[in-house]
Design a protein. Structure first.
Lengths: 463, 226
C-alpha cells in the first residue's frame, strides 16, 4: 500500500491517534530535559556521527577485527548475505541441538528479516520477552515504534489482551503493576526452561569482540544469561571500532531514546565465560542490503542510526499517522530513509515523500543524520531510476518547469492561473481545495503592479 | 542601499500585496529597490519533490538573473533556504526579509503601527534551515499598538511542505488541524509568518472554517503605518 493510503487508514483510527499523540508528547518533553542536562551535547552528537562515519568507511576491516576477536573469545561467527541466509543459520543452530523453542531479546534486526515467521515455519516456537514486543506478538499485531512497539495500545487494550491470552480467567484490572506481573509470571517460566535465546546488538566492538545490548526491563539480561545457546543477529553497520567509542554512545543512546541518563540494563559480553552464562555463542553478521546503502554517498548516513527513535517522537507526521502506516519495522523519519534503501526502490516507493521536510528529526538525531537532505536525495533517485517519465506527476512537473524557464511563458502562465487554468493552477489545485480554501486570485500580479507604478520619488536619505 | 527583490513565484502570482509591502517598507527605510523582471522561480518545488534534474535550468537562470545584484532580499524563508543550499554563486548575498532588516540594516523598529492582536507562526525553514531565530518576533515587538501573543506549539510544522500538502493531503490536513486549533486558542485576529506558503495552508483552513482570523505576511504588518 502507498504511504498516503496507509496513512489515511491510520488517521481514521482515533484511539491510536490519541494513544500515540499522548505518548510522544510525554517522551518528547522528557528527552528535552535529559539532553539539556549535558553541556557538551552538541559535541557528543558530532563525536557520535564521526565515530559511526569512520566505522562505515572502514567497515570490512572492522568486521574482520570483530570476527577474529569473537572467535578468540570462544564464539562462532557467521556471515549472512540476506535475511533468508541469517534465518537459515539460526534454524540450523536450533535443529542441531534438537531445540524447538527459543526466547528473544527485543531486536529490530530479527524483525526486519522475519526471523519469527521463518523459525515457526521450521517448527521452532518463538517467544518475545520484551513486554511491548510480547504485547504485539500475543495480539497478532504489528509494531508501531522502534523503542515502544506497542505505543499504539493503551492500558485497557493490553488488559483485555492479557486476560484473553496469558492470564485466562483472571481479572487483572487496570493497574500497570498487575499487568506487568502477569507478563512476568508468564515469561519467568520461559526464561527457566527454554534452552536457546536470540538477540540483536546495539553495538559490537571490533577491538575486543564485545557485544552490547541496552534495555529497560531486564528480560534481555535473562535471555542473555540463562539459556545454553545464545545467537546474536546484528546488521553489519552496528560495529564500533574501539572500546572507548562506547563511552560516546552510552551517553547519546539512553538520553535520546528513553530520556534516561543510563539504561537500567547494559549487558556487555565477550564470547564465552566457563561456568557462567551460555555454553555456546553464535554471532551472525547480516548484510541485508546494507552494502548497497553504503554505496550511496548521500544515503549512507542512514547507516549511522543507533535506533534511538528520537526522530519518531518529534516527527509531526509520525505523531499523526503512527508507526503502522510506514509498513516497515523502521517507521518515522528514519524509516522513510532506511526502508526504501534497504529493500530497494520500485514504482510504488512513496516513503521518501512521507515528510513535510520540517527538519525536526535532524535537530534531535544523536548521530546527526541529515534526514531531510537524504529524503530529498532519495526522492530524486526514485524519480530518476524507477518512475515513468509519462506518469501524470512527471508530466506536470515537466510542464511547470518549461513554463518557468522563460519570462514570457511564466507571465502567460500567471494570467492563466488567474483564470483558474494552466500548469501553475493545476499544480496548485490538485487535492488542495478538498479541505482548504485557496486565496482569491488577485486582480494584478506583483510584476504587473511593479511595471505600472510611477517611478518612486528619491528618498531624502539617499540624497 | 541598493536591493534586488526576489519576490518568489507564488508571491508574484498569488500574494502581490506582500511584494508591495516589501517595496514600501524597504523604500521607507531608505533602500533603493530593484525588481529584475526576468526572475521566475528558484526551483524549490522541483528540487524538493525529486525533480532536481528539471530544476537545474531554473537554478542556473536564477544565478544569471541576479548575477549583478549586490544584495538580494526575499519575503520567503523557504525560497531563501533553497538559494542558500543550491545556488552557491548568490548564496551569501541572499537574505530573508527579517534577516536583512535586523542584520544588514540593523533595525528592529521599522516605524510600523498595527493595533491588532497578532500571533506569529515561526515556520520550519526559518527555524531550522535559516536559523532566523527571534528576528521576526523582535520586529513585531517594536510595532506600535500591536498585541503580540505567543502561539502554543509554535515550532511544529503546519503541514504545508510544498507538494507534501497535496501528495499526502490527509496527513497534511491532520497537522493543519492542530495548528489551526492552536491559532484559535490564542484568540488572535491575525496569524503572521515570514512565508506565504505556510500562510496559504493555515489561512486556507481558517477561511474554510470561517474563523474570521486573517493571515498576513510579516512584511504587510511592518509596512502598516498610522
Amino acid at each position: 500500500m502507498s504511504f498516503p493510503a496507509a496513512a489515511r487508514r491510520s488517521l481514521a483510527d482515533s484511539q491510536m491517534r490519541h494513544n500515540v499523540g499522548h505518548a510522544v508528547e510525554v517522551i518528547r518533553a522528557k528527552r528535552e530535559r535529559a539532553v539539556a542536562e549535558l553541556s557538551d551535547w552538541e559535541a557528543l552528537r558530532t563525536a557520535g556521527a564521526d565515530v559511526k562515519a569512520r566505522a562505515l568507511v572502514t567497515l570490512p576491516e572492522q568486521l574482520e577485527r570483530l570476527e577474529a576477536e569473537v572467535a578468540r573469545a570462544g564464539g562462532t561467527v557467521h556471515w549472512a548475505r540476506d535475511g533468508a541466509e541469517a534465518n537459515a543459520i539460526v534454524a540450523r543452530i536450533a535443529s542441531g541441538h534438537g531445540i524447538d523453542e527459543v526466547i528473544k531479546v527485543k531486536s529490530l534486526t530479527t524483525d526486519e528479516i522475519g526471523l519469527n515467521e521463518a523459525l515457526a515455519a521450521r517448527g521452532v516456537a518463538v517467544t518475545e520477552t520484551d513486554l511491548a514486543e510480547l504485547i504485539v506478538q500475543l495480539g497478532g499485531d504489528r509494531q508501531s515504534h522502534i523503542l515502544v512497539p506497542a505505543i499504539h495500545r493503551n492500558r485497557m487494550e493490553i488488559r483485555a489482551l492479557f486476560e484473553r491470552t496469558i492470564a485466562p480467567g483472571e481479572a487483572l484490572g487496570d493497574d500497570p503493576r498487575a499487568l506487568a506481573e502477569a507478563a512476568r509470571t508468564y515469561l519467568r517460566a520461559k526464561f527457566l526452561s527454554v534452552p536457546m535465546a536470540v538477540s540483536g546488538a546495539n553495538f559490537a566492538i571490533a577491538e575486543t569482540g564485545t557485544i552490547a545490548v541496552v534495555e529497560s526491563e531486564g528480560n534481555g539480561r535473562m535471555c542473555l544469561t540463562l539459556p545454553r545457546v545464545l545467537v546474536t543477529v546484528m546488521g553489519i553497520e552496528k560495529v564500533l571500532p574501539e572500546w572507548r567509542d562506547l563511552e560516546v554512545f552510552m551517553q547519546l543512546l539512553p538520553r535520546s531514546s528513553t530520556a534516561e541518563r543510563m539504561s537500567p540494563y547494559t549487558s556487555l559480553w565477550t564470547g564465552l565465560y566457563p561456568g557462567d552464562g551460555p555454553e555456546e555463542f553464535h554471532l551472525i553478521l547480516l548484510d541485508g542490503g546494507r552494502s548497497q546503502v553504503l554505496a550511496d554517498e548521500v544515503g549512507r548516513q542512514a547507516l549511522r542510526c543507533i535506533r534511538c527513535s528520537a526522530c519518531l517522537n518529534v516527527c509531526p507526521v509520525y505523531e499523526r499517522v503512527g508507526g503502522q502506516a510506514y509498513e516497515s519495522i523502521y517507521p518515522g523519519p528514519i524509516g522513510a530513509i532506511l526502508t526504501p534503501q534497504l529493500s530497494g526502490f520500485h514504482d510504488g516507493t512513496t516513503l521518501p515523500w512521507a515528510s513535510s521536510l520540517c527538519g525536526a528529526c535532524y535537530e534531535v538525531c544523536p548521530v546527526k543524520i541529515d534526514i531531510p537532505t537524504v529524503l530529498v536525495h532519495l526522492r530524486g533517485r526514485v524519480v530518476r531510476e524507477v518512475k515513468s517519465p509519462a506518469a501524470p506527476e512527471a508530466m506536470a512537473m515537466r510542464g511547470v518547469a518549461y513554463a518557468l524557464r522563460s519570462r514570457r511563458r511564466f507571465e502567460a502562465a500567471q494570467r492563466l492561473a488567474r483564470l483558474g487554468r494552466g500548469p501553475l493552477a493545476n499544480a496548485a489545485l490538485h487535492r488542495w481545495t478538498a479541505m482548504r480554501d485557496l486565496p482569491e486570485p488577485p486582480g494584478q500580479t506583483f510584476r504587473e503592479w511593479w511595471s505600472e507604478r510611477p517611478i518612486p520619488p528619491t528618498h531624502p536619505r539617499q540624497q | 542601499m541598493r536591493v534586488a527583490l526576489f519576490i518568489a513565484c507564488f508571491n508574484d502570482t498569488l500574494f502581490p500585496q506582500t511584494g508591495r509591502a516589501v517595496v514600501e517598507l524597504l523604500e521607507r527605510l531608505g533602500c533603493q529597490v530593484e525588481f529584475p523582471l526576468e526572475q521566475t522561480c528558484c526551483g524549490q518545488m522541483h528540487v524538493n519533490t525529486g525533480y532536481e534534474h528539471q530544476a537545474r535550468p531554473l537554478l542556473e537562470r536564477f544565478a544569471r538573473v541576479f548575477a549583478s545584484a549586490e544584495t538580494i532580499v526575499s519575503p520567503s524563508a523557504s525560497c531563501v533556504g533553497l538559494v542558500r543550499e543550491h545556488i552557491p554563486s548568490v548564496a551569501q548575498r541572499t537574505f530573508e526579509l527579517s534577516e536583512f532588516l535586523v542584520d544588514r540594516l540593523g533595525v528592529t523598529d521599522v516605524g510600523a503601527s498595527f493595533p491588532h492582536r497578532v500571533t506569529l507562526h515561526p515556520t520550519c525553514h526559518s527555524l531550522r534551515a535559516l536559523e532566523i531565530g527571534d528576528r521576526p518576533q523582535r520586529l513585531l515587538e517594536a510595532v506600535r499598538g500591536i498585541e503580540l501573543v505567543e502561539l502554543p506549539g509554535a515550532q511544529e510544522c503546519c503541514g504545508f511542505g510544498g507538494t507534501f500538502a497535496v501528495k499526502n493531503a490527509d496527513t497534511s490536513m491532520a497537522m493543519l488541524s492542530d495548528k489551526v486549533r492552536q491559532v484559535l486558542d490564542t484568540r488572535a485576529e491575525v496569524c503572521a509568518a515570514i512565508d506565504n506558503s505556510c500562510l496559504m495552508q493555515i489561512g486556507g483552513a481558517l477561511r474554510r472554517q470561517r474563523t474570521g482570523v486573517r493571515t498576513m505576511h510579516l512584511a504587510e504588518i511592518l509596512a502598516a503605518t498610522e
